[in-house]
Design a protein. Structure first.
Lengths: 166, 177
């Protein structure tokens, strides 16, 4: 059994939900909401398997922002997803303590769907993203260099977000 | 505090039947539950069924979860029981084949790797070996999860390991010039 074998197959979640619905144990409809519950999602997710950090209700920073796109490195790396999630959560917390605003998500390990045609659009490899506030591109690059993703052998593409001039 | 107030709120929402809350809870603990199921039963399709059953029972019995342990521990306990039931069913339905018992005579004709050897272990032994050696639980935790004494868990571990060593050792002897 390899570490990948221990990941639940993607279809399992829907199968379980369907069964629970069929037995009247779950219902669809009103979206799950409320600040206390959002906080619960944050904690449960942020430090286990899901998102790497709490999703803030506010937008990231006014001022320059950068998109960090996370891709695999040249060499295939076996990374423990839990350990990686914890490392990213710690990294984000440390950046926030230093006054950086940052948010982002880890993407599900599937190719997703490409809508429309033409041009280059390779979604398969993309593993996750961050939006980070930083004074300049070199600062954003410095942040990217310090990310657990790079330490784990991954690549990070840093792009400036186009901010309308005021 | 074993269950944080945030997780308690999430569990309350699942008790009320809120699907989105369940999906969050699932994603938080899915790997933990599935990995135990997969390691215990080996076969991925059976592991799917075990994980599904564990989640189903977990939600159905959620009112009985008092928060004395972490939710994940409670749920993993359910998953282990589901896995043991599935293993017993599989053995009952399967054609009888060679099975490892700690004191069984040698089967030098068998070519087994660790995974296959685990498959041959009786479910109780397999559970303690997997939970201790692969999942990193203590004897006390295993005792609590399986509903047996810590001492029994320890002696079953020792017998299970001996059975594995016997088979794997024989394999090595057989394949080494």
């Amino acid at each position: 059994v390899t570490p990948e074998d221990l990941d639940p197959p993607p279809h399992l979640e829907d199968r379980i939900v369907e069964r629970l619905r069929a037995h009247g144990l779950l219902r669809t409809g009103r979206p799950w909401s409320g600040s206390a519950l959002a906080a619960a999602a944050t904690l449960v997710f942020g430090f286990t398997l899901g998102a790497w950090w709490p999703a803030p209700r506010t937008e990231v920073a006014r001022g320059p922002r950068f998109l960090l796109l996370l891709y695999p490195g040249r060499e295939a790396q076996v990374v423990d997803r839990d350990a990686s999630a914890r490392a990213h959560a710690a990294w984000v917390a440390a950046l926030r303590e230093r006054g950086r605003e940052i948010r982002g998500e880890r993407l599900a390990p599937d190719a997703g769907l490409t809508i429309g045609s033409g041009g280059a659009a390779v979604s398969e490899a993309l593993q996750g993203f961050f939006v980070v506030g930083a004074p300049s591109l070199p600062d954003a690059v410095e942040i990217a260099r310090g990310s657990p993703h790079v330490r784990e052998g991954g690549r990070v593409v840093v792009r400036a977000i186009d901010t309308p001039s005021r | 505090m074993t269950v944080s107030s945030e997780e308690r709120a999430l569990l309350d929402a699942v008790r009320r039947g809120e699907e989105a809350a369940f999906r969050l809870l699932y994603r938080a603990h899915a790997r933990r539950v599935y990995s135990v199921a997969r390691r215990l039963v080996g076969d991925p399709h059976l592991a799917d069924d075990v994980a599904q059953e564990a989640w189903f029972r977990g939600v159905r019995k959620l009112d009985r979860f008092r928060g004395d342990s972490a939710f994940s521990t409670w749920l993993v306990g359910i998953a282990i029981r589901c896995a043991l039931e599935a293993l017993k069913r599989r053995r009952r339905d399967a054609t009888p084949g060679p099975e490892i018992e700690p004191d069984a005579p040698a089967h030098p004709e068998l070519r087994l790797d660790l995974e296959a050897a685990l498959d041959r272990l009786a479910p109780g032994y397999r559970a303690v070996v997997v939970l201790h050696d692969l999942e990193g639980h203590t004897h006390e935790e295993i005792g609590a999860l399986l509903g047996i004494d810590a001492g029994t868990a320890k002696s079953q571990l020792s017998r299970g390991r001996r059975a594995l060593r016997l088979f794997l050792g024989r394999e090595t002897e057989r394949t080494t010039p």
